[in-house]
Design a protein around this ligand. Sequence first.
Ligand SMILES: [Zn+2]
Length: 448
Amino acid sequence: MTSAPQTPLWNPDMDTMPWPMLQERLVRDFVVMLDRLRENEEWRGRLRGVAQVRAIEDLVAVPFTTKEDLRSTQSTIDPERPLGPYQLAPTDQLRQITSSSGTTGTPVFFGLTGPDLRRWRSAIGNAYRTAGVGPGSIVAHTTGMAIVAGGLPYADGIRAAGGALAWVGGQTLPRMVTALERTRANVLVSTASFAAHFAERCAEILERPTSDLAVRTIIAGGEPGAGVPHIRNAIMDGWSATRVSEMMGIGDVLPALWAECHVGQGMHFTAAPDVLVELIDPETLGHVPWEQGVTGEAVYTTLSREASAVVRFRSRDQLLVTATECACGRTSPTVRCVGRTDDMLIFESTKVYPTSIRDVVLEVATQHLTGLMRVRKTSLDQVRFDEPIPLEVELRDDAHPDAAASALKAAEEQVRRRLRVHVSVEPFPRGVLPVSDYKNALTYAIGD
Ligand SMILES: [Zn+2]
């Protein structure tokens, strides 16, 4: 909970419609969209055999779109359709091309028509409004890349929400710090890891505490992390912030799909009516009900995209439903991203996410650890462990060896009790474990 001020609702009808009713409405839009997609030859082939969709249950018969599907269709370049055979709108109607970040492989490119741009601006505006941006916000945007989902589309959303955009990214850190100081930016938009790192560097460059700056709200997106208590507290302390709002989106779908309100219990779905979200069990592929405490993989369908659409896009993001009611009045469930479906590990027969292990270990032994840790696998695709899962952790410089060893033993015990899996924690001094790309940060394979 924070005492941060509440910003007014963006779209009161949609934001406060009971969730089951909203889902039903979006399923009706889904049916309309399927008819539109069938005008495209490639989609017609893909959707052949799909029976009539009347209710959300019927969606399970509709095939998924995966990242690989999108990537493989762009492997050859068609001059008529630069975005591949799934490009729906003629090229002369395109107004913008964006790309996925490419952190998990070759980037995929998407198109936006004029109406697509307006819808993105509004939906991303809702996310920023939910996360605390409104008139009077001076928003420092720290990415340096305009083409990715977190670049120009975020810049548009920040302005749509009523904020004043100060695009400080793409220059050296000292220049960014000067820009923060001179613009009196009060909101910082960045990834969770950059927010933490930047606070430290800011204080060094300024030779004064960051509390001298005006930044009080941090909006963290682009990677999970800002929902984890110790990371959130580190960001809060680093900036003397009063609010950390997590935001999550996917370039392939919509760059901002979920955003956290002032209550701070998780992220609300902010992409209606442009996107339909389903929660599935990644093993059975059946629906998981939106109930507090459940986890499932988010699957998204774009309902209004004219240039590039996705149907039942498998995000691989595992969401935990933190609540189904919120004091802010928004009626969508609130969620946290707890891991990637691809990251799931199985110890004997129990499933576990590396993020869950990290959270327990940090809770128990936080005063001895820097927070950097990773699960060691024998190969990149290893999922099953019959022996305790090896977990390498980095010790703080001031950690006392005996005290740290007993805290790590206690952490192993808590992981066993709470998650029902065995881990073997191996401490390393600072500087030995490499800092890797965030999407693979919690697991690595020997020889990588
Ligand atoms: Zn709320």
